[in-house]
Design a protein around this ligand. Structure first.
Ligand SMILES: Cc1ncc(COP(=O)(O)O)c(C=O)c1O
Length: 418
């Protein structure tokens, strides 16, 4: 097929696409233990809730109303207004409906935002996206319309007792010059479960304002919903911050609803992009979300069902992993949020790609860590890049125990054969 440069870039079968296909193939093996994907957990209470809510919305006509009408390019008004009130009341932020725009999933928001603030400018300059700390969310890597869109930096590694560790931004190496068009960080972070501290965020905010560039905070797992965050940190927003949230990790990835909170100029720009690319964002997720806010269920379920579910699960999984793999070279990133654990096998004699293959042969799917160092130079020889893997902790306890046992065996084998 003879295609454009755009076609070449966006139809390529990148390493991660291949891997994701591979992970998906695992689904065909009914016994596979799927620790690779990013699907939120099927929390029985939430599934029941969504079923009852959909039935109620069918009965009162609001579901059919949402399915049979286009909203405006900014997204469903009622939901936007409810969100503005919720954020102002919960956090005291000075935001109105003009500060919020919806997208078809937050992945689309990153496509818009990255290409809005980075890439070629009319004056011939080329701006990049600064990821202050890698590893970062793999989903950012391929959304740039141009190549070479990211710059990222090694984190500092703080070793924590109980064979844990935590990444911190190394501000001494963070170099911001005219080539940077925007700063972006996920908080909590996929893949590591890290949560940037309040002081890291306020320093990033200062740097962003100093250089007159926006700071994007990817809040897909954060507060006030779905609230899969276990650290007591302050939610952050101001006129220079673009806060991206989503209904996905609440348990609704199928409705594709992303939420951007930003200043009015950015909101207008995104609404225009929506108009051109989608006419309007989907209304079904927003109709569900709006009902949840009106019924006072959104924050209640996030606090009382979702957060405790994941917290309980992560504690259990960390304990099991630590018991199954006693090797002192094994550490887990401190689980501060999100739905993943980031495992570090220091001095592992094989690459994590090889470990991935060996685990896959035994029916356990994880993601090798190499892919998450978005924006790092190819020639960077930092060994740590090849020593980590990401696993989710959302599968049921039985499958998790079996998976952990197999991971422990393969890791031990790899260390022993060194
Ligand atoms: C950190 C992060 N940001 C954004 C997304 C995109 O989510 P969605 O497009 O479903 O809103 C994900 C999905 O896994 C994620 O982990």
């Amino acid at each position: 097929m003879d295609v454009s440069k755009f076609g070449e870039k966006f139809t390529q079968h990148s390493g991660i696409t291949q891997l994701m296909g591979d992970l998906n193939d695992g689904l065909r093996n009914p016994d596979a233990i799927m620790l690779g994907g990013g699907n939120p957990a099927a929390i029985p209470e939430m599934l029941e809730y969504f079923k009852a809510l959909s039935e109620e919305m069918i009965a009162d006509g609001s579901m059919v109303q949402a399915m049979t009408n286009y909203d405006g390019p900014q997204g469903k008004n009622q939901f936007i207004e409810s969100l503005a009130e919720l954020y102002s009341q919960t956090y005291g932020w000075d935001i109105s409906a003009e500060n919020i725009v919806l997208t078809n999933g937050s992945q689309t928001a990153f496509f818009y935002l990255f290409n809005l603030f980075a890439g070629k400018r009319a004056d011939g300059s080329h701006k990049k996206i600064l990821l202050p700390l890698a590893p970062e969310y793999i989903g950012y890597a391929d959304v740039g319309l141009e190549d070479d869109m990211f710059v990222s930096f090694h984190p500092e590694i703080e070793l924590i007792e109980g064979r844990q560790f935590k990444y911190r931004i190394d501000f001494s190496s963070l170099n911001i010059d005219d080539s940077i068009g925007v700063i972006c960080a996920s908080r909590p972070t996929n893949p590591t479960g890290n949560v940037l501290t309040d002081s890291e965020i306020s320093y990033l905010d200062e740097l962003a304002r100093l250089h007159n560039i926006p700071l994007i905070i990817d809040n897909a797992y954060g507060t006030p919903f779905p609230n899969i965050i276990f650290e007591d940190v302050k939610p952050f927003w101001n006129e220079n911050t673009i806060l991206c949230s989503s209904l996905s990790k609440l348990g609704l990835p199928g409705v594709r609803c992303g939420i951007i909170i930003a200043n009015k100029e950015v909101v207008k720009a995104i609404a225009n992009l929506n108009g051109i690319l989608n006419l309007s964002p989907s209304g079904v997720g927003p109709a569900l979300g709006n009902k949840m806010i009106v019924k006072n269920d959104l924050l209640k379920l996030s606090d009382e069902v979702i957060r405790p579910f994941y917290l309980n699960k992560v504690k259990r999984t960390v304990t099991e992993l630590q018991q199954a793999i006693p090797d002192s070279r094994f550490r887990i990133h401190k689980p501060e949020g999100a739905i993943f654990l980031w495992l570090w096998f220091k001095d592992l004699p094989i690459t994590t790609m090889e470990l991935y293959k060996r685990l896959k042969d035994r029916g356990v799917l994880i993601v090798p860590g190499e892919y998450f160092f978005v924006g790092m130079q190819e020639e960077d020889s930092w060994a740590h890049r090849h020593e980590c893997v990401r696993m989710n902790y959302v599968v049921d306890d039985n499958a998790m125990s079996k998976g952990i046992k197999i991971i422990a065996e393969e890791v031990e084998k790899a260390y022993q054969n060194a």
